[in-house]
Design a binder for this molecule. Structure first.
Ligand code: F0G
Length: 352
């Protein structure tokens, strides 16, 4: 077995990249496509989880970031900037560190999970809190990089990001030996659904696959502009990663839905948390709350008959649960310590 080289080397001939560009890589991609036995049983479908939390910084953002930082380096840029609900900033910080570049991140005040902030701190990013939400941060990042073009913008409005992220669709088709019938994923700024659709469409155009999946984009109910067909001014959800009211890749997301015969749907915070706990408790996969949107959407869509039993379904779970321990421990009762004594363990377990 040769080791996985990272997605740029693995899919170089399918990526918009110069022949002499030297990849900045942490060997991202190559993530497991995990058969989900419990989800398959309760839906009657053949359900798989694309476990993107196993990327180097714990989210799918690394696929886009290896491309964006490689591109920025090839252009001679020394500094990059992004707006982020947390994962993009963690990823940008890590890849910038690897490339010996300066990284600055704009984050919405008080609304990012602790693990993500810890990552940006450890990788040496300059962290700038903004009095506003993600949409405000992105607008500020766009204006700043337009005025200071020596700083590279590494949000998914950067085309290199979408290029890198499309490789997840390639990996899924390579693993299944076909395209799935339905692909469900969480949608925030809508870069990822745009990227998946591009990946599926490229394999289809080249005859590697014979169908393209129906795309099911799932948003949090309090931040569901694509479901409502209009931007949301004050997005609110426990899934801070997708707390976004005005997705930058609106058109890409619409095209993915329309061309695939797909759908957008909203999941309430309760549905998100229920799916979040279900995946952890039954599949052994700990994801962050936003990531569970794909599964919450699948379960609701199946119940409503939007998809039939027997279909092959892939749910992308976008980020690692360890990023947000606060939500995992929400409502957990205080645990009383016990004496160092087997009888005390037995009594705590209510054995007798
Ligand atoms: N899931 C997670 C865990 C995310 O962090 C994001 C986006 C999404 C899903 C949605 O992906 O934006 O391409 O539709 N996080 C961005 C960030 C906004 O700043 O980390 P999308």
């Amino acid at each position: 077995h040769t080791p996985w080289p990272g997605l740029i080397e693995a899919y170089r001939d399918r990526l918009a990249i110069g022949p002499d560009w030297e990849p900045v890589t942490l060997r991202e991609g190559g993530t497991p496509l995990l058969p989900a036995a419990h989800l398959s049983e309760i839906t009657g479908c053949d359900v798989h989880l694309k476990v993107e939390g196993l990327n180097p910084t714990g989210s799918f953002k690394d696929r886009g970031m290896t491309m964006a930082i490689t591109d920025a380096k090839a252009r001679g840029q020394r500094a990059v900037l992004c707006a982020s609900t947390g994962n993009t900033s963690a990823s940008a910080a890590a890849y910038a560190a690897k490339a010996k570049m300066t990284c600055a991140v704009l984050i919405p005040q008080g609304k990012i999970a602790m693990g993500k902030l810890a990552q940006a701190v450890m990788h040496g990013a300059r962290i700038i809190q903004v009095e506003g939400n993600f949409d405000d941060c992105l607008e500020l990042a766009r204006k700043t990089t337009a005025e200071y073009p020596q700083i590279g913008l590494v949000n998914s409005v950067n085309p290199a990001r979408i290029e890198g992220q499309k490789t997840a669709a390639f990996e899924i088709c390579d693993a299944l030996g076909k395209a799935p019938d339905v692909h469900a994923l969480p949608v925030g700024n809508a870069g990822n659904i745009t990227a998946y659709w591009r990946g599926y469409s490229e394999y289809f155009a080249d005859g590697i696959t014979s169908v393209r999946p129906r795309m099911l984009g799932v948003q949090a109910a309090g931040a569901a502009p694509l479901v409502h067909g209009a931007p949301v001014k004050n997005p609110e959800t426990i899934a801070t990663a997708i707390r976004i009211g005005s997705p930058a890749s609106w058109h890409g997301a619409m095209a993915a839905k329309d061309e695939s015969g797909g759908a957008f749907r909203a999941a309430t915070d309760e549905e998100l948390l229920e799916a979040y706990r279900l995946i952890a408790a039954t599949e052994g996969v700990f994801v962050e709350p936003a990531s569970a949107a794909s599964v919450a959407g699948l379960l609701a869509a199946r119940k409503e008959g939007w998809l039939d039993a027997g279909l092959t379904v892939v749910c992308t779970v976008t980020g690692n649960g360890l990023k947000d321990p606060d939500t995992a421990l929400l409502g957990m009762p205080a645990v009383q310590p016990i004496p160092v004594d087997p009888a005390a363990v037995a009594s705590a377990l209510e054995l007798d």
